[in-house]
Design a protein around this ligand. Sequence first.
Ligand code: SAM
Length: 288
Amino acid sequence: MKQYNSNGHIIHHGDAIEILRSKIGDASVDLIFVDPPYNIGKKFSQFEDRWSSDIEYAKWAYKWIDECIRVLKPAGTMYLMTSTQAMPYLDLYIRERLAVLSRIIWSYDSSGVQAKKYYGSLYEPILHCVKNSNSYPFNADEILVEAKTGAKRKLIDYRGNTPKPYKTKKVPGNVWNFPRVRYRMGEYEKHPSQKPEALLDRIIRASSNKGDTVLDPFSGTFTTSAVAKALGRNTISIESQEEYLRIGLRRVLELDEYQGERLEMPKKNTKIRNGRKTKQKERILKIL
Ligand SMILES: C[S@@+](CC[C@H](N)C(=O)[O-])C[C@H]1O[C@@H](n2cnc3c(N)ncnc32)[C@H](O)[C@@H]1O
C-alpha cells in the first residue's frame, strides 16, 4: 500500500477495500465514480477479473459498496457501473441503502466481441444514486444537450397560455451515447476497460462543484481523476496494478518518472500501408 500526493490529488496504490477502510474518513467525499472489475474474465495486468460465482462477486462488491456509502458526505452522489449480468445483485443491495435516481444506459456503437449466436452487448449500465434525495448537487445547466425534436423542426409549443418555440436544449435522458475509447483516439491508454472522458465529464460536471472531492476506487487509466482535475475538483484515486498506477502518476500527478523509468503516453503505430495490407488494415480498424 503506497500513497502519492500533489496539490489536492491523492493516488493510493493497493487494494480498494483495504484503502477505503484505512485511509478514507467518514463523510469526506462529495462524488464517487465506481467502475470495478465486472467478473467477466478480463485480464487487468496481473489481476484476473473472475470470481467463483455471481454470489461471491456480489459479496465482494457489498464490502466496497458499504465503504463507499460510509465515506460519502450526506449530500454526496455515487455513480456505479458493473456488467449487465451483475447489476441486478448490486442494484438490489444499493436501493436498500441509497436513493437510486436514474438507471443510465451507456450505449456505444460497436461490441468488443462480434456475437454470432446471440445479440452482442452494446451497452453498460450505470446507477446514479444519492444519500439524500432532497439534497444533492445536479448542475443541469452544465450538461445540456441539443433538444432534437420540436426545436429542430422549428415547431411551436401551443400547450401553455402563450405559444412559444420549443426549447433548443435539454437535460440528457438516461440513454447516453458515447463512443468507446479506441486505439486511434488521443485519450487512448493501454488498458482493457478505459472509460471515455466525455462520459466522466458529464458525470463530474452534473454531480459536483469546483473544490469538491471526487473518489474513484478502481481507477484503471485514471480518467475520472484526470477529468475531475481539469474541472477544478480534488481527487482520490485507488488502483491495485502497478502498470496502471504509472498512468495515474503521469496523467493526474503529472510526474515524468517512476522508479527511474520515463512515464509516457503509449506509442501508437497508426501508419497505414497500401496494397496487400489494405484488407488487414480494414479488419483492424473494424475491431478498433
Ligand atoms: C473496469 S477497470 C476501471 C477502468 C477505469 N474506470 C478507466 O476508465 O480506465 C477496473 C480497475 O480496477 C483495478 N482493480 C482490480 N481489483 C482491484 C482492487 N482490489 N483494488 C483496486 N483496484 C483494483 C483493475 O486493475 C482495473 O484497472
